[in-house]
Design a binder for this molecule. Structure first.
Ligand SMILES: [Zn+2]
Length: 306
């Protein structure tokens, strides 16, 4: 029976349960805790493969994009099962893949925020009240469905030191000047547990490529400013061809201080934001199968780099 339940919304507790169950079912998988959040939820990894090429895949930088956690966990389970059985995954021999690549996954970067959006933190909970108070400054944003930030009200994908001051200027001009549901950049780059942990992990792993899963739009972002990364556009085109997603230019107002921006700037290697699915976040689980079918081949291309 499948470990990852893709028919029900995910919580931080379910994320931890799935990871533990995957690691105990497939002993060649590994996990560790990168950090604990301000509200003491773990940010965990799930690692597959033993190859010299290293990649980092992350999901749920944004709370109401939690469907991306299920995509990454389902991918981990499908890959692990293919390795165990000696089978194929999207046309690749899984055991050969595992000899070529080590895939470092961070399925839920923002567990505090995800628990708010999927209901593990509900009315009457002190954490819910705290978030609701922050959200009062932003009455136009639906609560809690519009919540993207962590529970300190910081947007984790506006936290990276890659044009952070420009992001701050843009978001402040749009009115996001205080902690809230989305688009608040924080008081300084990397001043949140989650972003500091992911940046530190990325420096430690020193990967050849990163993918950050977001929703929505069926688009693939691959650029930061005018930095030329050899091979990045070509690989992006392959991802687009395999998924039907569009290889797109990042909208100017979203083009600073994201994880992939920072990775491209610091490492000069391919970094991608994949905007999965289409509609209003949080995307309905009825889209899951289609999203997974489109995105899994992207992850294989990212893993192999070809
Ligand atoms: Zn996002």
């Amino acid at each position: 029976m499948a470990i990852v339940q893709t028919g029900i919304p995910i919580t931080s507790q379910a994320n931890e349960q799935y990871i533990r169950a995957l690691v105990s079912t497939y002993p060649f998988l590994r996990t560790e805790v990168l950090t604990n959040t301000a509200f003491q939820r773990p940010v965990s990894t799930l690692v597959a493969g033993n190859g010299p090429r290293k990649v980092i895949f992350s999901a749920s930088h944004h709370a109401n994009e939690w469907i991306t956690s299920l995509v990454l966990l389902q991918f981990a389970e499908e890959l692990a099962e293919a390795i165990r059985s000696g089978g194929q995954i999207y046309g690749r021999n899984a055991r050969e893949l595992a000899e070529q690549v080590t895939i470092y996954m961070v399925p839920m970067v923002d567990p505090d925020g995800v628990d708010l959006v999927t209901g593990a933190i509900g009315p009457g909970d002190i954490q819910y009240d705290l978030a609701e108070r922050l959200a009062r400054d932003y009455p136009m944003i639906p609560f809690p469905d519009g919540w993207k930030a962590n529970l300190l009200g910081v947007d984790l994908n506006l936290q990276y030191p890659a044009g952070w001051l420009q992001a701050r200027e843009i978001k402040f001009a749009q009115g996001f000047v205080n902690p809230g549901p989305r688009d608040y950049v924080g008081r300084a780059p990397l001043n949140q547990f989650e972003t500091r942990a992911l940046a530190g992990y990325t420096e430690y792993i020193d990967p050849a490529l990163v993918v950050a899963l977001h929703s929505q739009g069926k688009e693939i972002y691959w650029q930061f400013k005018d930095i030329l990364v050899p091979g990045a556009e070509e690989l992006g085109r392959k991802m687009a061809a395999a998924s039907g997603y569009t290889l797109a230019d990042t909208p100017f107002n979203s083009s600073f201080a994201g994880y992939k921006d920072w990775f491209i700037q610091e490492f000069r290697r391919p970094g991608y934001t994949i905007e999965v699915g289409e509609g209003v976040n949080p995307l309905p689980l009825s889209q899951f199968d289609e999203i997974y079918r489109d995105v899994a081949p992207i992850l294989i291309i990212a893993a192999t780099g070809e």
